[in-house]
Ligand binder design. Structure first.
Ligand SMILES: *[C@@H]1O[C@H](CO)[C@@H](O)[C@H](O)[C@H]1NC(C)=O
Ligand SMILES: *[C@@H]1O[C@H](CO)[C@@H](O)[C@H](O)[C@H]1NC(C)=O
Ligand SMILES: *[C@@H]1O[C@H](CO)[C@@H](O)[C@H](O)[C@H]1NC(C)=O
Length: 477
């Protein structure tokens, strides 16, 4: 019996990508002449609400018995969220303290199976040494794109070149294979070097090249410049660049839980083809009440049809991505302008908290997507051929915006004004632009071309399948 062990970060987005990767591995391996292979997934749950994975895990276990989940025991005593400066710092510390359980679990799996590979998320860097000390080839699964990988591989070089924090540099950073990046648009946890999460991310960036290889959720022809720079060895300045496997796009294959929420799909059925702007900002993206009003006014004035997923504003003045509150349903009447819902009844639908995004994006009626630029959302839009308006909120999303707008031409920008607010006039203008203008059309054509390339890459003979085969070959022991 052979095994591959995966260790995802404890949030739904990263977990789903890992599970989809597991499905791909099993599909690839499925051949009568091959030995039996199971994929083991390690689950850890820091004491904050990053989405409850239990129903999802139960449904995967029920349909795919060769995927086996292991719930790692929590460190004791459990960590106190209030004593951490950010969600990232808490997650890193929790994972660090869980390292002994990872070792125990790997050893117990290896009693019955030969472990071919251990694949970890960036947040699980603490486990890299466990894998290598047990002489298991240990890989990263990088859940953002190759351009973001180029950036991370180059961060130690950028870091050494200055004593200032990126947030205070006020310049453009030049990274091989990438367009110039305004230093303020670097991934949020790397902005301030006095913060705890900064040293965690720097450690991650330094460890990446020490792995047996990096599996990336992209496909070769999506980000050729970054991939070339990485494979030419330009991004790792003082060491060797490990093999890179572009196996994507790896996206959620279906929304199993769509049933109860089918209302918005029914509504889309009644809308003209390509007429609807879809707005959704991920599972952690929230706006202030003031910003929600600006969006509402802008949408109404644009005259476009829209499907808008609205979440409650953050409870306290916490930073965006900190402890995601056990969320109440938003009270639309108090959050949106007076009788907005009545006036827009013919043209728009507002849904609370969540929509089955893969199904929505692939619906004929959807013509554009206003997105926070989370990488899973970007890949889902590309696979559905839907042009984007980039409105980044946290993590590496500002960087993704630069990439999507300046280099890949898959999105139009949403422009913030000084205080970080996006005005109603800007929302109106951009939404019209993506739906009706020349610029909007050329973005649409570019996305459709990338959609074709994504389908080719993931077809039987495609580059992503070949990369997966190469990974499996390299993990043969
Ligand atoms: C993570 O854990 C290791 C040992 O398990 C320890 O040496 C290291 O200092 C920890 N890192 C942090 C930042 O706490
Ligand atoms: C280092 O900083 C200098 C001055 O800010 C800049 O000109 C140069 O391009 C930087 N080098 C790297 C590798 O980023
Ligand atoms: C975006 O806003 C900035 C000011 O915040 C302005 O200088 C720039 O011209 C705007 N860009 C576009 C395309 O409107």
């Amino acid at each position: 019996m052979e095994a591959i062990v995966l260790y995802p970060a404890p949030n739904m987005g990263h977990l789903i990508s890992m599970v989809e990767l597991a499905q791909l591995i099993l599909l690839h391996h499925h051949h009568p002449s091959n030995s039996l292979l199971s994929v083991h997934i390690l689950i850890t749950s820091p004491p904050i609400d990053l989405g409850s994975p239990s129903p999802y895990i139960a449904s995967v276990s029920a349909t795919t018995p060769s995927i086996i989940f292991h719930h790692l025991p929590d460190p004791s005593p459990p960590l106190q969220p209030a004593s951490f400066p950010s969600m990232e710092a808490l997650v890193f510390e929790h994972i660090n303290l869980t390292t002994p359980q990872v070792q125990t679990t790997l050893l117990s799996i290896s009693l019955s199976s030969s472990i071919r590979a251990f694949v970890i998320d960036g947040f699980c860097t603490a486990a890299l040494e466990v894998g290598t000390s047990l002489q298991i080839p240990t890989y990263y699964f990088f859940t953002s794109g190759a351009s973001c990988l180029a950036l991370f591989l180059y961060i130690p070089t950028l870091h050494k070149n200055t004593t200032k924090s990126f947030k205070d540099l006020n310049t453009h950073l030049h990274v091989p294979g990438l367009p110039p990046i305004p230093s303020s648009h670097m991934p949020e946890p790397t902005l301030d070097r006095t913060k705890e999460q900064h040293s965690w991310f720097l450690n991650f960036a330094t460890r990446l090249p020490k792995s047996a290889g990096i599996i990336v959720n992209t496909f070769n022809s999506l980000e050729p410049n970054a991939l070339k720079a990485i494979s030419d060895g330009l991004c790792v300045q003082d060491g060797h660049t490990p093999p890179i496997f572009c196996v994507g796009p790896v996206i959620k294959s279906s929304d199993q839980s769509a049933g109860g929420q089918a209302e918005c799909l029914k509504w889309l059925d009644s809308q003209p083809r390509g007429s609807v702007v879809y707005l959704c900002f991920g599972s952690l993206g929230t706006f202030s009440k003031e910003q929600l009003k600006e969006i509402a006014v802008g949408l109404e004035k644009s005259g476009q049809r829209f499907l808008w997923v609205v979440r409650s504003p953050p409870m306290k003045e916490q930073s965006q991505q900190l402890l995601s509150q056990s969320e109440e349903d938003p009270d639309l009447d108090s959050l949106l302008p007076e009788s907005f819902l009545d006036r827009t009844r013919e043209k728009g639908l507002v849904v609370k908290k969540w929509a089955p995004q893969v199904l929505v994006l692939s619906h004929d009626a959807v013509g554009s997507f206003v997105t926070h630029c989370g990488w899973n959302s970007v890949l889902e839009a590309i696979c559905a051929g839907v042009p984007m308006v980039a409105w980044p909120l946290y993590a590496e999303q500002r960087f993704n915006k630069i990439l999507l707008v300046e280099q890949l031409k898959l999105a139009l920008p949403m422009n913030e004004s000084e205080g970080g607010l996006v005005s109603a006039a800007e929302v109106e203008r951009r939404v019209r632009e993506i739906m009706e203008s020349e610029e909007g059309n050329s973005v649409r054509e570019q996305v459709l071309a990338k959609r074709q390339e994504a389908m080719a890459a993931t077809s039987e003979q495609g580059s992503s399948r070949a990369a997966l085969a190469k990974f499996m070959e390299s993990a043969k022991r």
